[in-house]
Design a protein around this ligand. Structure first.
Ligand code: NAD
Ligand code: AHE
Ligand code: ZN
Length: 369
């Protein structure tokens, strides 16, 4: 079949709307008609050329929701008409990782996914016979995408896809990092670096966990209002202080926070986030994604004296078994999504969504197909 998709032809180039050929789903694969997709900073990161796994030409996008249009041979867990969220972290329930009970990082399709290919090592997208690579196993910037069965969460048929698409990455990542990775306790003190879709979701998760104090940090003060709405108790701009931001936070909190979250992708701020944690027990969770060649550093003494450095991917959430519950939590009012959708537009305007993100004017743009 043919459909419209936004193609990333090369690093730093605007996406181009193209008519692409989409091959039928093969064994263990599913054709999804995309209804909506968010635009996450990770899409911009890969488009910038900074992603070591970035590969072009590709169809980006990993925060989508849609409807099953066709299934390939052997697909048993999904049927035509099912509503689904594509998962960049699959869940096969059989691999060593899934069976460990210790991680959500299923490896069933991860190797080919990182090469922009389906599990059999080929692409389902092409233009005039030239293969176009998949992205994160999802490629949601396309009217139709072929996704591995293990990379699809079946969700409640009544959930509004134009909202719950954001559970495909940003909102789940932030809430999950708080509840699954950090396991923030009631009354804890939390610092959140970066107030985009991820950082605001961390704040939402921290409030759900009953955190006592939530310190929100960003250089763009226009983000403070929404941070407060989600539960931030203090909002600070590092540019307004002479002292390093970690010192500012330590001074505000009688020695440091119990938990901090880096939601920017800046290795210097990852260090600040660790070092603003309380001696003896403070834990810092890295969520932000940093560019090729960048490394984190701190004095080992920071860890020797009890601070803990952790990372979190997709909030530690197992997509097929746990994401449907996140969707239901949205439907029953436990999770807020609507305020995150600051802009909506058609696929033809997708480059505007990237501009709004870079200008700091959006939290999430949702593309409606
Ligand atoms: P975003 O662009 O919407 O938000 C980033 C925020 O950081 C903005 O508000 C910006 O003003 C702020 N910021 C930038 N530089 C800053 C600085 N020097 N000091 C303070 N604040 C600063 O991005 P997002 O979509 O929320 O994503 C945030 C990060 O999380 C990205 O690196 C993204 O790739 C990553 N991410 C990781 C996962 C995961 O599973 N680990 C999932 C989604 C996104
Ligand atoms: N490809 C990059 C790393 C990108 C990355 O860290 N991705 C996050 C999800 S960001 C979603 O917005 C993730 O889950 N990583 C785990 C995984 O298996 O990819 C690189 O550095 O090579
Ligand atoms: Zn994302």
């Amino acid at each position: 079949m043919k459909c419209k998709a936004a193609v990333a032809w090369g690093p730093g180039q605007p996406l181009k709307i193209e008519e692409v050929d989409v091959q039928d789903p093969q064994a263990g694969e599913v054709l999804v008609r995309m209804v909506a997709t968010g635009v996450c900073h990770t899409d911009a990161f890969t488009l910038s050329g900074e992603d070591p796994e970035g590969i072009f030409p590709a169809i980006l996008g990993h925060e989508g929701a849609g409807i099953v249009e066709a299934i390939g041979e052997g697909v048993t867990s999904l049927a035509v008409g099912d509503h689904v969220i594509p998962l960049y972290t699959a869940e096969c329930k059989e691999c060593k990782f899934c069976l460990s009970g210790k991680t959500n990082l299923c490896q069933a399709v991860r190797e080919t996914q990182g090469k922009g290919l389906m599990p059999d090592g080929t692409s389902r997208f092409s233009i005039n016979g030239q293969p176009i690579f998949h992205y994160m196993g999802t490629s949601t910037f396309s009217e139709y995408s072929v996704v591995a069965e293990v990379s699809l969460a079946k969700i409640h048929v009544d959930a509004p896809l134009e909202k719950v698409c954001l559970l495909g990455c940003g909102i789940t990542t932030g809430i999950g990092a708080v509840l699954n990775t950090a396991k923030v306790e009631k009354g804890a003190t939390v610092a959140v670096f970066g107030l985009g879709g991820i950082g605001l979701s961390v704040i939402q998760g921290a409030r759900m966990a009953g955190a006592g104090r939530i310190i929100a940090i960003d250089i763009n003060e226009s983000k403070f209002e929404m941070a407060k709405q989600f539960g931030a108790t203090d909002c600070i701009n590092p540019k307004k202080f002479d002292a390093p931001i970690q010192q500012v936070v330590v001074d505000m909190t009688d020695g440091g926070v119990d938990y901090s979250f880096e939601c920017i992708g800046n290795v210097d701020l990852m260090r600040s986030a660790l070092e603003c944690c309380h001696k003896g027990w403070g834990e810092s969770i890295i969520i932000g994604v940093a560019g090729a060649g960048q490394e984190i550093s701190t004095r080992p003494f920071q860890l020797v004296t009890g601070r803990v450095w952790k990372g979190s991917a997709f909030g530690g959430v197992k997509g097929r078994s746990q994401l449907p519950g996140y969707v239901e939590d949205y439907m029953n009012g436990k999770i807020e999504i609507d305020p995150f959708v600051t802009h909506t537009m058609g696929l033809e305007d997708i480059n505007k969504a990237f501009d709004l993100m870079h200008e700091g004017k959006s939290i999430r743009t949702v593309i409606l197909f």
